[in-house]
Design a protein around this ligand. Structure first.
Ligand SMILES: O=C(O)CCC(=O)C(=O)O
Ligand SMILES: [Fe+2]
Length: 226
């Protein structure tokens, strides 16, 4: 009997295993790609910028049109910021909490989002909006579509920092089968084209602490909203 072939390398679900960037890259479906670890090198700089942004535009838990309080804490940077309140979801130029324009997109944010989009097959992406989500253990984001943007021809670039999470990736219909995709610190998911209006969400975060973010996961979601 021939010897059994060598096992393929482990696929990076082991916490703390510092796999080479790219080893866990995955196509989740047509138009959607996981770029594993691509934000790892710049993560400390990204997190420092998030702290400065949150100083000017604090994290807050927004309410939905139905009066529920969202469990994810959010803030924004860019010329447009995503908000939810009793009037529904929309983009605004100003932070309703401070009355000031949202803080500008840092150059390192724009560079990262543009490079990740290009690598995933969406060249020329220039974001004008970055939603910053902060999850604590137990926090979840229910299945939804991102559909408040003007041009669905533009992709979404989503960067994970800190605690790991399970990304829920579905399809255009809410009832479509949902894949559970482990996301680690520094991972980037890019979706567009046929995947642009797929349902997605975040499973309730597991307990833990991360060296750079503490008891939290931070997510940057880049969009061309206007
Ligand atoms: O936290 C994530 O990875 C997803 C965030 C998201 O889907 C959104 O902000 O619309
Ligand atoms: Fe989303």
């Amino acid at each position: 009997m021939p010897p059994s072939p060598p096992r393929p390398p482990a696929t990076g679900t082991l916490p703390g295993l510092d796999l080479e960037s790219g080893a866990r890259d995955r196509v989740l479906g047509p138009g959607v790609l996981l770029l594993a670890g691509r934000a790892r090198a710049t993560a400390p700089g990204l997190i420092a910028q998030i702290q400065a942004i949150a100083h000017a535009a604090p994290f807050r838990r927004m309410t939905t049109q139905g009066g529920r309080t969202m469990s994810v804490a959010m803030t924004n940077c860019g010329t447009l910021g995503w908000i939810s309140d009793s009037r529904g979801y929309r983009y605004t130029t100003h932070d309703p909490l401070t009355g000031l324009p949202w803080p500008a997109l840092p150059d390192i944010f724009i560079a990262l989002a543009t490079e990740a989009a290009a690598e995933a097959g969406y060249p020329g992406f220039t974001p004008d909006a970055c939603l910053i989500n902060r999850y604590e253990p137990g926090t979840r984001l229910t299945l939804h579509q991102d559909r408040n943007e003007r041009d669905f021809g533009q992709p979404i670039v989503s960067v994970s920092l800190g605690l790991p999470a399970v990304f829920l990736w579905g399809g255009p219909a809410r009832s479509d089968r949902v894949q559970r995709v482990p996301l680690d610190h520094g991972d980037i998911v890019v979706w567009g084209g046929p995947a642009r209006l797929a349902h997605h969400g975040i499973h309730p975060l597991a307990e833990g602490t991360h060296a750079l973010t503490g008891r939290a996961r931070l997510n940057l979601t880049f969009r061309r909203a206007g």
